[in-house]
Design a protein around this ligand. Structure first.
Ligand SMILES: C[S@@+](CC[C@H](N)C(=O)[O-])C[C@H]1O[C@@H](n2cnc3c(N)ncnc32)[C@H](O)[C@@H]1O
Length: 323
């Protein structure tokens, strides 16, 4: 499946990016991509062109990643009564916007962001999706007090903080989370370490790992391995233009954890943690389960299960459930 943006959001992004001359947008997009490939430092102070470039080339991917995670939260705990969301390092409000349709229309959103320059564009994107967020212009850090909210989300934000701030900030986010804390990071070994450490800390404080984990046991990933998954994202015309990209899609890799106060509904035994290996007549699935990592091999002789295994996807659950 290829993730696409809701039409009103796509139109709002096109309106934002159309205010920046195309060569300037391409230059900013190249600088941004270079920073994400680790070739330059991420800028703390963004220009209008940098923000437009983020909307063109990163927003569709971080939106799609957040949507995958919200869908998993929705399977784990009931969301109908969630009344408030605190989105930290909100940028243009991506993670909150991706919750569209899953939370009540009455839910209140607070977008905490150190870069006040995001606010006008964030408000226009929010209006396109029928949201009216409350903004808090502040920098996450040890001395910041956070009001309790039903759900706290930090998407692609913790990895922008100094390493030595992670533990205190995660503790503060968990304290502020009345029902659930969502952490989403790039699907890289370094960013997964942030997720793994946060998971251990919150489990030690009585929380539950609702997703992608199917258990609250110690994360079995070796120190050389990391838990991540892809989400396939459609490239918009503005994205292709800004990046000179030919392909109509790209794969965003994410690492994430959904932490809940209440025990989550656990519908499955294991999660597929690597790309399934499909050979003639058999499929290998690498699974994470309560007993650790294991490989299961499904052969053609097991007809029904084999059909399911051929359709199985990295990041999906095993055995599959109707949902
Ligand atoms: C990569 S963007 C992610 C934006 C959005 N959450 C998303 O998923 O698209 C990271 C955001 O975190 C913000 N940020 C970084 N460090 C921060 C801090 N210490 N306090 C508040 N916001 C911070 C940046 O300004 C930026 O808007």
């Amino acid at each position: 499946m290829i993730a696409t943006l809701p039409t009103p959001l796509l139109a709002a992004i096109e309106a934002e990016t159309s205010t920046v001359p195309a060569p300037r947008l391409r230059e900013a997009a190249e600088a941004l991509s270079g920073a994400y490939r680790g070739k330059a430092a991420l800028k703390a102070a963004l220009t209008a062109a940098d923000r437009a470039a983020y909307l063109a080339v990163r927003f569709p991917s971080t939106f799609a990643a957040a949507r995958v995670v919200w869908d998993q939260l929705a399977r784990a705990i009931p969301l109908a009564n969630m009344q408030s969301v605190l989105d930290v390092g909100a940028g243009p409000g991506t993670a909150s916007l991706a919750a569209h349709g899953l939370l009540s229309d009455m839910a209140r959103y607070t977008w905490l962001e150190r870069d006040a320059g995001w606010r006008p564009a964030a408000d226009r994107l929010a209006a396109a999706m029928g949201l009216k967020p409350h903004h808090r212009n502040a920098a996450l850090g040890s001395s910041l007090t956070l009001e309790p909210h039903d759900i706290v989300v930090a998407a692609y934000a913790l990895n922008e903080l100094p390493k030595d701030a992670h533990a205190n900030v995660v503790d503060a986010l968990w304290r502020a989370a009345r029902r659930a804390l969502i952490l989403i990071e790039p699907g890289t070994p370094a960013a997964f370490e942030i997720v793994r450490t946060a998971r251990e800390s919150v489990l030690g404080q009585g929380g539950h790992a609702a997703a992608p984990c199917t258990h609250d046991a110690l994360c079995p990933m070796s120190r050389r391995d990391w838990c991540h998954r892809p989400v396939r994202v459609a490239r918009t015309a503005v994205h292709r233009g800004a990046k000179h990209a030919q392909l109509g899609f790209e794969d965003e890799k994410l690492s994430f954890v959904v932490l809940t106060r209440d025990p989550p509904a656990r519908t499955t035994a294991s999660r597929i943690v690597r790309k399934p290996i499909r050979n003639a007549g058999h499929v290998h699935l690498d699974l994470c389960a309560v007993d650790g990592l294991e490989r299961t091999t499904v052969t053609r002789s097991d007809r029904d299960t084999y059909r399911q295994a051929r359709d199985a996807e990295w990041g999906g659950i095993w055995p599959p459930q109707d949902d």
